[in-house]
Design a protein around this ligand. Sequence first.
Ligand code: SF4
Length: 351
Amino acid sequence: MAPRTGTGHLPLYEVPQVQSTKPLTPDETGPSWRTAGLRFYSYNHFIQQRFRRRVQKVSVDAGFTCPNVDGSVAIGGCTFCDNRSFSPSRRLPRSGILGQIDQSLARMRGRYPDCRDFLAYFQPATNTYGPLDKLRRVYAEALSHPQVVGLAIGTRSDCVGEEVLDLLAELARSHFVSVEYGMQTMHDRSLQWMNRGHDHASSVDAIERSRGRGFEIGVHVMLGLPGESRADMLATAREVARLRVDSVKIHNLYCVKKTKLAEEVAAGEVTLMGRADYVRTVVDFLELLPPDMVVERVTGDAPPDYFVGPAWSLDKGGVRQEIDAEFARRDSWQGKRWSEPTSASAPAGSL
Ligand code: SF4
């Protein structure tokens, strides 16, 4: 799943606003996001299409841990993940799921006074890692909230057995459900570096087994992993395109305090990606994705109190503008360099 970068305080998840620096011509044919003047298929645009109204995500902490932390797969967790708060003994007491949602909605009311509907975002730790009856109970509790219209669930590819997928499919028959797998990269050497505890084949397997069950399939990808060249990152883009998942979240590798990555950055063993390099690479990446793949995010950050670097990551709005400007400079958009794969060109074992 996505890195846990805070401590006990869950941030509200805000659906990013995407603006083009140069609207495309109104008579342009193509995907609706292009005629709306966007350079890529933003999550906001998807939400508007899907729900015809504003829907915000609201983070929920159901008290899950992670097999990469509790020793089932590994200990220590991913290199970049601040997972200290996953331990039940260290977890701050929090209200129940309905209480968390109510508290978050109260905080969001001032900012989004017209928003009535929300997706419960099971965000910290691995949110399918637990007994089936617990999963059923916590998902049902979130969905019982009168303003919750669906679920977003972050998890690992090695934590979705058939019974879990059946449960998610069952929920997706009556509600919007999206499942986000922490793929991160297609390169196993990078997954080993980050102590991920699974390989890329595991991600492919989970995606294959998830397909056709009625819920949205998303992947989380990081750019700027140590040892990955631009060609390596674009190979991951082509792999995401080949897998034809419904959505992708992309951000640069960033560093928070009290992680192994923080030690490696301090020791000079890891250099974090620069801003201009990231902007160019993420545009390259998006050009290779199919135009119907939703791009949930293109930036990432953490609460400033816990953040180590790179500092430019905190300027999410500025980075977004630079990404749009780079698209405009190239007269380009998501999918410009994507082509429908033919069976002859698809790699062996492709979906
Ligand atoms: S898989 Fe576990 S250790 Fe890795 S980022 Fe997710 S929660 Fe953290």
